[in-house]
Design a protein around this ligand. Structure first.
Ligand code: NAD
Length: 337
């Protein structure tokens, strides 16, 4: 069994831990936290060995009645691979630690692309991560765009992607985030960082992205226009997307008109934390005009990167090839409605 360490047990880290636990070929060696909050208590309740990420604060855990397995260094030393799910920029500070113990590391999309040898999306470039020591699983938005670019590129060729990303202001737990009642062009200049980030996966892709922020916490919404290299029929694109397990085509009959009902559906379906690991594409929005394809997709920022992290673990450690890994991940988590 592959031993996986998770450093940073917040929004992404706790989901990755649960996803790793569900796999037949890997287990959670432990999780590291900086302070004893509700998530630390839950880690103990779930019987994840809890390690102190910051030595000077280790005593706080004992004072809060939480037993610590040791310092984060012990965890990294013993792990076969570490998933760093610390806040943006902290992963870069942790790189030295992972190098010191020669432990391959996965970072998240908030880190700069230069931190890692490879930026990763399972559907697009799984094999590139083989034997890499430092891999960045791209952000939620870049994951969502990569999952649609890969099949479209293969089936039709892409001349250009134009995507407008209406982004949630913060995650449900991020009380410090705004805007409270506003709509921000964000960034106000073009392109938003998302297009260049997609180019870390598809270097030759023509893509322009615009970003906005709105006072929502549930999901991002992408308005996507792809100019393909050939004329295409909307029905063919629907069929192509329907063949991709990590794309959920929301049927018109479900009467899901936005993020709120999508999340409600996920909860009704018994998804943990109401997670939506798939791109949620409104089937009837898929439209074509000549070579231009249009559609809307909802991206659940807190969870779409979770199956990608599991696949990245297998990719760097050589546990499985892309198809095998994605199939196992999807089956064990229940990805694909
Ligand atoms: P988060 O703040 O919810 O969780 C980060 C956790 O790391 C917190 O528990 C924090 O206490 C802990 N931490 C802080 N410093 C640490 C240290 N030195 N060592 C160990 N732990 C430390 O953040 P998040 O939303 O999970 O984001 C983590 C990464 O994932 C970022 O790079 C982010 O850009 C990326 N990401 C986030 C989302 C999202 O929407 N939340 C989506 C995709 C990718």
């Amino acid at each position: 069994m592959l031993q996986v360490a998770i450093n940073g047990y917040g929004t992404i880290g706790k989901r990755v831990a649960d996803a790793v636990r569900a796999q037949p070929d890997m287990e959670v060696l432990g999780v590291a936290k900086t302070r004893p909050n509700f998530e630390a208590e839950q880690a103990i309740a779930k019987e994840y060995p809890l390690y102190a990420a910051i030595e000077e604060r280790a005593d706080q855990f004992g004072e809060a009645g939480l037993e610590i397995a040791g310092p984060v260094e012990d965890l990294i030393d013993e792990a076969d691979v570490v998933v760093d799910a610390t806040p943006s920029g902290v992963g870069a500070q942790n790189k030295e630690l992972y190098e010191a113990y020669d432990t391959p590391a996965l970072y998240q999309g908030g880190e700069a692309k230069d931190l890692a040898e490879v930026s990763f999306n399972a559907r697009a470039n799984y094999a590139d991560a083989a034997d890499a020591d430092h891999v960045r699983v791209v952000s939620c938005n870049t994951t969502g765009l990569s999952r649609i670019v890969a099949p479209l590129e293969e089936a039709y060729g892409i001349e250009k992607v134009r995507a407008t990303l209406v982004r949630r202001g913060g995650d449900p737990g991020q009380t410090s985030r705004g805007p409270i009642n506003d709509i921000l062009p964000n960034p106000v200049t073009l392109p938003s960082h998302h297009g260049p980030d997609v180019n870390t996966i598809f270097p030759d892709l023509e893509i322009d992205t615009l970003g906005m922020k709105v006072p929502a916490t549930m999901m991002h919404m992408h308005s996507v226009n792809v100019t393909l290299e050939t004329d295409v029929d909307a029905a063919d694109v629907r069929e192509l997307f329907a063949g991709e397990n990590r794309l959920f085509l929301i049927p018109e009959r479900m009467a899901i008109d936005g993020s709120g009902k999508l999340k409600e559906y996920a909860l009704d379906a018994g998804r943990p934390r109401g997670d939506l690991w798939e791109n949620c594409i409104w089937e009837e929005s898929i439209s074509t005009v000549g070579r231009d394809l249009y559609f809307f997709q909802g991206i659940h920022q807190e969870s779409d990167v979770v199956p990608e992290n599991v696949d990245a673990i297998r990719a760097v450690t050589g546990l499985a090839d892309a198809d095998e890994s994605m199939a196992t991940t999807d089956e064990t988590l229940g990805v694909g409605f």
